[in-house]
Design a protein around this ligand. Sequence first.
Ligand SMILES: [Fe+2]
Length: 337
Amino acid sequence: MDKRCSRHAAAAGSNVLTLAHVSDPHLARLEDATPAQLLNKRILGYFKWRLQRHGKHDPSIADALVRDIHETDPCHTVITGDITHLGLPAEFRNARRWLERLGCAEKISITPGNHDSYVRTRFSQTFALWLEYMKSDLNFMDESACAGEISSHQSLFPTIRLLGSTALIGLSSSTPSPLHVATGKIGNEQLERLERLFLTLEEMERKRGKLFRIVCLHHPPLEGLVSHRKRLVDGGKLIHILKKHGCHLILHGHAHRHTEAALETSIAKAPVIGAPSATSTEPDAARRSAWFLYCIHVEGKKRDRFSLAVKKRMYHLEKKSFSWAEEADAGGLEPAC
Ligand SMILES: [Fe+2]
């Protein structure tokens, strides 16, 4: 096994799991875009980036984040989407190189965002490059995907990573949307597979004990955290499933700001936490570049009780490095259970 993956293996028998949550780095690489690649919805995104948005993201912060993740050394890292800006094949290749510097695929999970599916693309030129980061420890894929005929990344989801007593469930809300719209959709097929995943988890838990369930996706599942044109269109169906089967924590991105909400589910009142863009240059504390570190402690003789501690690493524009956020900027995050 790769030495860098040793902490992942250690998590299986440990009483604490540390999970880093990174979101929305928007690693744009537009220099090599061909006219043919831009003759669609991308043309607006291209000019908007050139005229306005490029100043709001600094790629050097993505380098600082790699250094900070290495120094903090979490057991696992989840990235909740918008790793690219226009979903260009060159951006997927560039993102792949960044991911390789961030860590080995065994320690990283991805849930794609709307910018990663800006327009329809060929799977082989885009998401296939991230396949190792969308792996699953249990298989809930469609039969066609199982047969090696993957044509859409959505057929790979939901994914599940079993990290000791923690189950990390990934969903994809990444799908192309019309002009001026940044909605997301899980889709009925993926939601059906999510139901099956929860039934399998419940079966597993009867044999091996409880798992701390974390659900990750790009779009916030709750209403009101983003505008109507940026919403998760089938968020209501997802919430119904999550309430019924239960989870302990929900992580998302997309809003480009630190947000906190909660969802009452059948097993816990789950904090719903949104991370800001990892490369944001905004000075405002809620919108400035940051990532979260979740420490999940397993307690009790039967290892069936959990406690959650949340910490925030904020980027300092002048020092050009991350450090622990002051209490006032860290939010009112409280233990989930
Ligand atoms: Fe987004």
